[in-house]
Write a protein that binds this ligand. Structure first.
Ligand code: AMP
Ligand code: MG
Length: 292
């Protein structure tokens, strides 16, 4: 595995790897992605294999520019209402951490979309991601660069730890700015809905769309409401317990506080028994907490 810096020459090298059917990890503003040419089924298969990702979990196709959208999406299949919504949301949030699920063109390999009639598409805003996609094949399918089900990587070191020699290269672009996944919005069926919460909030989407947007029901016993909505996902390997301030467990492990205020509210002696104490955001900002 080749560790590359974020220089233009290094990105060009990674682009050549993608063009020749390799798989390359790279930073985006959300998390690190593991990319393959979206039209190369062998390369796509390697992404699933490296991540041990089940084939039913579709990938997000990353474009360098919105102008490339119709290589992947069949926009004629959208009614006028969803077409307007697409224009508004793509105009407002692209490039950025919003993924749109749209009817797909038949040329898009089934492997990229888990054989669904739709494809998940986004234009990232990270300059390394944009250069890499533009110089490789213009359409890069890239799930997060981590073993399936685990926390998404936000540094190159996380990628190496999780996938190491299963991939051809990783570009180190430093820590990711947003730190959580893109928001996935379904425009592929009649009911527009959020399939996964992420870097763009429901409130931001509603403000741009000028209408309410629903969030799809989370996991229900008997089957996921949509791909990726599994009972366990984004899971750390160590046991994690959720507590209210004032209900602190005794001893061991680490305590992770949301804000300075939750830390201040901790229950005296017991909390002191923790080996490590961390605070996600001193000021209680959800954006900072996500990035941290
Ligand atoms: P990841 O690339 O690991 O951040 O995850 C991609 C996620 O996007 C999947 O787990 C799904 O939840 C969602 N997704 C991708 N393609 C589709 C699709 N065609 N329809 C619905 N959800 C999708
Ligand atoms: Mg993922």
């Amino acid at each position: 595995m080749l560790l590359l810096d974020g220089s233009d020459a290094a990105i060009d090298r990674a682009a050549a790897i993608l063009r020749s059917g390799g798989i390359a990890a790279f930073p985006t503003e959300t998390v690190y992605g593991l990319g393959a040419d979206a039209f190369n089924t062998r390369a796509l298969a390697r992404v699933f294999e490296a991540k041990e990702r089940p084939r039913f979990d579709p990938l997000i196709i990353h474009l360098a520019d919105r102008a490339e959208l119709e290589r992947i999406a069949d926009l004629d299949a959208l009614d006028a209402r969803r077409r307007r919504l697409l224009d508004t949301l793509a105009g407002t949030f692209w490039p950025g951490p919003l993924t749109l699920v749209l009817p797909k063109r038949p040329e898009v390999p089934d492997l990229a979309t888990a054989a669904l009639p739709t494809a998940a598409i986004r234009v990232p805003r990270h300059p390394i991601a944009r250069r890499l996609i533009a110089l490789s094949t213009g359409a890069v399918a890239a799930p997060s660069a981590n073993p399936f089900g685990r926390l998404s990587p936000t540094t190159a070191a996380h990628v190496i730890e999780g996938l190491g020699d299963k991939i051809d290269c990783v570009i180190d672009g430093g820590p990711c700015e947003v730190g959580v996944e893109s928001t996935v919005l379904d425009l592929g069926s009649d009911t527009v809905r959020i399939l996964r919460s992420g870097g763009i909030s429901r409130e931001e989407l509603e403000a741009a769309a000028g209408r309410g947007i629903i969030t799809a029901a989370a996991y229900t016993e008997g089957g996921a409401a949509g791909p990726g909505m599994l009972k366990s996902h984004y899971a750390p390997r160590v046991p994690l317990f959720l507590r209210r301030a004032g209900e602190m467990p005794a001893g061991g492990g680490a305590l992770l506080f949301f804000s300075g205020a939750t830390r201040a509210a901790k229950a005296g002696d017991k909390a002191e028994a923790a080996e490590t104490t961390l605070t996600l955001s001193e000021s209680g900002s959800t954006l900072d907490a996500a990035a941290n």
